[in-house]
Design a protein around this ligand. Structure first.
Ligand code: ADP
Ligand code: MG
Length: 685
C-alpha cells in the first residue's frame, strides 16, 4: 500500500498538515476536491476582460510608474492590439520596477477589477519575456488549502495520487449503484475523479468552472447521499431506543389552555398537536420547532411540559444564557404555579447547587437552566422530556439529549424538542435537519404591529435623545445595546459601562440600568427583574440580551454600531421589542462609511421584519455553514456541495439515499464513512 509519506514532496511536516485537513491516506487525497479552476489555457484579448473574472492576459508594457501615497503603488500599463489594462502592486521592490519597464512583454493572471482608469488587476501572478511559459493544455485545479501547505505542493501530491489511480495501483470502490448511474447518465467514480482533478483538454470548461459538469454533479450527489444517510443513521439509532409515552386527556389539555393568559394562535395549536402525537409514541420524539422571534414558542414548550407532568415525569428546559434561563423560570412559574421547580446554571454557589441537584434527583418536576443541566453529576429522577431553546447550533442537541439519559434502566431516552428562531429556508432545513421532524410556527400572536426600523448616523445623538425621552415619558421602556465584537467579555463590559455613564449625563431624569456578561448571575437577574418591573426605563446592555428576553413594555431598541453585527443577530436583538401591542421602534446607529455588505445588512433590516426574508439575505451574505454555526463542527460542512447553488440536486440525492437503504444497505456505511467522518462518529454515540 502506498502511504502519504511515500509521495514525492510530502515529508513528515506535510503529513501532519494533511492530517489537519482530515487527509490520512492517498485515497483521502483524491477526495480532497478542487475548490475552483484556473484557466491558463487561453489569453483573453484586453477589450474582452470582465470584472471579477480571473483571467489570463498578455501584452506589451507601455509604461510603468509609481504613484506616491501612504503606500506607494507600482502601476504597470499593458496594451495589446485591442485594449489596455493596469497591473498594480502595493508591495514591490525597486528591482521589480526596473524589470517591468516599457517595451517588455508580460503575461499576467489575476482577477479583473473595474478601476477608475479602466480594467485593472491587483497583484496578479505574472511572467516576463523569456519566462513566459507555453499555454496550459488543461484547466488547473485549485484546492482548499490548510495553513502552511502550499497550493503547488498540494496540486503535486494530488497529481501523484491520481497517477496511482490511473495505473491501477490504487483502487477506489464504486459505492453508487451502477444501474442508477446509468439511468442518471452520470460517470463512474474513477472517471469523475480523473476529470475533476485533471480536466481533459476537451472538457466543457464552462460547465466545470461553474460546477455543472456531470463528473462534479456525480460527486456532489454522492456527498449529499452520504449526508442524508448519516443523519438517517443518527435518527434510526435514536429510534431504537424506547421512550415513555406521554399522553394528555382532552380534559387535561383544556385545563392547561385555560390556565394560559392568552389564547394560542392557530399555528401554536397546530404545532402543539404535532408534539402531542409524537409524545404519545413509545420511541423518542425528535422534533424541531422553527418560529420567528416573538412567535410564542415558550407557550408551546409549556404545552409539551404539561404532558410530562401529567405522567408524573420530569421535564428539562434548557436556554443558552443564564438571563434567558432565569426569564423562563419566571414564565414557567406563572404557567405552572403549583409545580416543584429546580434551576441550574453554571455559576450557582456550591451550597445552592447542591440543593438544586438534590431536588433534581428527587422532587423537582420542571427543571430549568443552562448547559449546566447536562453536566455529568446531574442525576435526574425520571426525565421524560428535554426542551432546548434557541438552539442555533446544529448537532449539539443530539449529544445533549443523549447525555441527559440519567438513570436509564431500559435503554430509554427522553423525548426531545429543539426550538430555534433562525428561520432557515426550507431547502436548507431539509438538509440540515434531515434527522428531525420539523414544525413551523408561521404566525405571530394577534395585534402585533411591525417594528419601525430607522438607520441613524452615530453623530445624530440629539435626535435620538428626543425619541428616547418621548418613549419613556409615555411610560414605555427602551434598550440601548452596545456592540463590541471579537473582544473580550471584559472589554465589552467596559464599553457598556462607559456608555452607561455617558447616557446618565444625557438623561439626568431617567432611571437607567446596566447589564453585561461580567455581572454575577444574581446581579443580572436583579437588573432584569427591575427592568421587567418598570423600575428601569432605559437598559444599557451588551449583546447578552440578544436572544429570548421578553419585556413587552419595551418599545424602543437602539443598537449602537449596528454595522458590526450580522443579520441574524440584529434580527434577534430587534425582536426584543414589538412583543406587545404598541408600535415599537428600532434605531440602528452606524458609523459611516459603510461597507457594501454592511449597507445590505442595514437596509435589509430597515426594509423588512420578516425573519424568513432576513435569513435568505443572510444566507447569501454568509453562506450556510456560518448560519447553522457548523463551520467548526463539521457536520454540515460539505466538501463539494454548495447548499444554496446545488439545491436542485437535493431531491435526486434524497431519493437515491432511500433507494440505497432499501436495495444496497451494505454500501451505506462505507459511503457515510467516506464523506462524513464526524457525522459517522456522531452516529456511533
Ligand atoms: P419566542 O417565540 O420569541 O420565544 P415568546 O414565547 O417569548 O416568543 O413569546 C413572545 C411574547 O408573546 C410573550 O410576551 C408571550 O407572552 C406572548 N404570546 C405568546 N403567544 C401568544 C398568543 N397566542 N397570544 C398573545 N400573546 C402571546
Ligand atoms: Mg423564546
Amino acid at each position: 500500500m502506498v502511504h502519504l509519506s511515500d509521495l514525492k514532496g510530502i515529508g513528515p511536516a506535510a503529513v501532519d498538515k494533511l492530517k489537519q485537513l482530515n487527509i490520512e491516506s492517498v485515497l483521502d487525497l483524491l477526495f480532497h476536491l478542487p475548490l475552483r479552476y484556473e484557466d491558463k489555457t487561453r489569453i483573453t484579448p484586453l477589450d474582452r476582460v470582465q470584472a471579477f473574472q480571473r483571467t489570463l492576459v498578455e501584452g506589451e508594457i507601455t509604461k510603468s510608474f509609481v504613484v506616491q501615497g501612504k503606500r506607494p503603488i507600482l502601476v504597470c500599463e499593458v496594451a495589446d492590439e485591442q485594449g489596455v489594462i493596469q497591473l498594480k502592486f502595493f508591495n514591490f521592490y525597486y528591482s521589480q520596477k526596473i524589470k517591468m519597464c516599457a517595451g517588455k512583454r508580460i503575461r499576467a493572471y489575476g482577477e479583473v477589477n473595474q478601476g477608475l482608469h479602466g480594467p485593472e488587476m491587483i497583484h496578479p501572478e505574472f511572467w516576463l519575456e523569456q519566462a513566459i511559459p507555453p499555454l496550459n493544455e488543461r484547466l488547473t485545479a485549485v484546492y482548499p488549502k490548510s495553513e502552511g501547505l502550499q497550493q503547488k505542493r498540494l496540486q503535486n501530491a494530488v497529481q501523484q495520487a491520481l497517477g496511482l489511480l490511473i495505473d491501477g495501483r490504487l483502487n477506489v470502490s464504486e459505492l453508487l449503484p451502477e444501474e442508477w448511474l446509468q439511468k442518471a447518465r452520470l460517470p463512474d467514480l474513477q472517471t469523475a475523479l480523473e476529470v475533476v482533478h485533471q480536466p481533459p483538454p476537451d472538457v466543457d470548461m464552462q460547465a466545470l468552472m461553474t460546477g455543472q459538469h456531470p463528473s462534479q454533479q456525480r460527486l456532489k450527489i454522492e456527498e449529499m447521499v452520504s449526508h442524508f444517510l448519516a443523519l438517517q443513521a443518527i435518527r434510526e439509532q435514536r429510534q431504537q431506543h424506547r421512550a415513555t409515552p406521554l399522553c394528555l386527556s382532552i380534559n387535561q389539555k383544556q385545563q392547561f389552555l385555560a390556565r394560559l393568559p392568552f389564547t394560542l394562535t392557530a399555528a401554536q395549536k397546530r404545532v402543539l398537536n404535532e408534539i402531542s402525537m409524537d409524545l404519545a409514541k413509545t420511541c423518542p420524539m425528535q422534533r424541531l420547532i422553527q418560529g420567528d422571534v416573538g412567535s410564542g414558542k415558550t407557550a408551546v414548550a409549556a404545552g409539551a411540559i404539561e404532558h410530562a407532568l401529567a405522567a408524573g415525569k420530569q421535564a428539562v428546559f434548557m436556554a443558552p444564557t443564564s438571563i434567558l434561563a432565569e426569564q423562563h423560570r419566571l414564565t414557567l412559574a406563572e404557567f405552572f404555579p403549583h409545580e416543584n421547580m429546580a434551576f441550574l446554571s453554571g455559576r450557582l454557589k456550591t451550597a445552592e447547587r447542591r440543593e438544586q441537584l438534590d431536588k433534581i434527583a428527587d422532587s423537582a418536576a420542571v427543571i430549568i437552566g443552562t448547559h449546566a443541566l447536562f453536566q455529568d453529576d446531574v442525576v435526574y429522577r425520571d426525565l421524560a422530556l428535554v426542551i432546548i431553546d434557541e438552539q442555533h447550533r446544529f448537532g449539539v442537541h443530539q449529544r445533549l439529549s443523549l447525555k441527559a439519559k440519567g438513570a436509564d434502566h431500559n435503554n430509554s431516552l427522553p423525548h426531545s424538542l429543539i426550538m430555534t428562531a433562525t428561520p432557515i429556508p426550507r431547502t436548507l432545513a431539509q438538509v440540515a435537519y434531515a434527522n428531525l421532524d420539523v414544525s413551523v410556527i408561521d404566525e405571530l400572536p394577534p395585534n402585533r404591529q411591525s417594528i419601525n426600523t430607522t438607520l441613524l448616523d452615530n453623530k445624530k445623538m440629539p435626535q435620538l435623545a428626543e425619541r428616547i425621552e418621548a418613549a419613556c415619558q409615555r411610560g414605555e421602556q427602551a434598550y440601548w445595546v452596545c456592540t463590541l465584537v471579537e473582544e473580550s467579555e471584559h472589554l465589552r463590559a467596559k464599553a457598556a459601562e462607559n456608555t452607561f455613564e455617558e447616557l446618565k449625563d444625557w438623561f439626568p431624569g431617567l432611571k437607567i440600568g446596566l447589564v453585561h456578561g461580567r455581572l454575577k448571575d444574581d446581579e443580572k437577574t436583579a437588573v432584569m427583574a427591575d427592568f421587567k418591573a418598570g423600575n428601569i426605563q432605559l437598559l444599557v446592555a451588551t449583546t447578552v440580551i440578544e436572544v429570548g428576553v421578553d419585556v413587552p413594555n419595551a418599545t424602543l431598541m437602539v443598537i449602537e454600531n449596528a454595522e458590526r453585527l450580522g443579520l441574524s443577530q440584529l434580527h434577534q436583538l430587534r425582536g426584543r421589542v414589538g412583543r406587545g401591542t404598541r408600535q415599537s421602534h428600532c434605531v440602528l446607529m452606524y458609523q459611516a462609511p459603510l461597507s457594501q455588505n454592511a449597507q445590505t445588512r442595514l437596509s435589509t433590516m430597515r426594509d423588512t421584519n420578516d425573519g424568513f426574508e432576513i435569513a435568505k439575505t443572510d444566507l447569501k451574505l454568509r453562506g450556510p455553514g456560518e448560519i447553522l454555526g457548523t463551520r467548526q463542527k463539521g457536520a454540515m460542512e460539505f466538501r463539494l456541495v454548495n447548499v444554496e447553488t446545488d439545491k436542485d440536486l437535493f431531491k435526486q440525492a434524497r431519493e437515491l439515499a432511500e433507494f440505497m437503504q432499501k436495495n444496497h444497505p451494505e454500501q451505506c456505511h462505507a459511503l457515510i464513512h467516506r464523506w462524513q467522518r464526524q457525522a459517522a462518529t456522531l452516529a456511533k454515540v
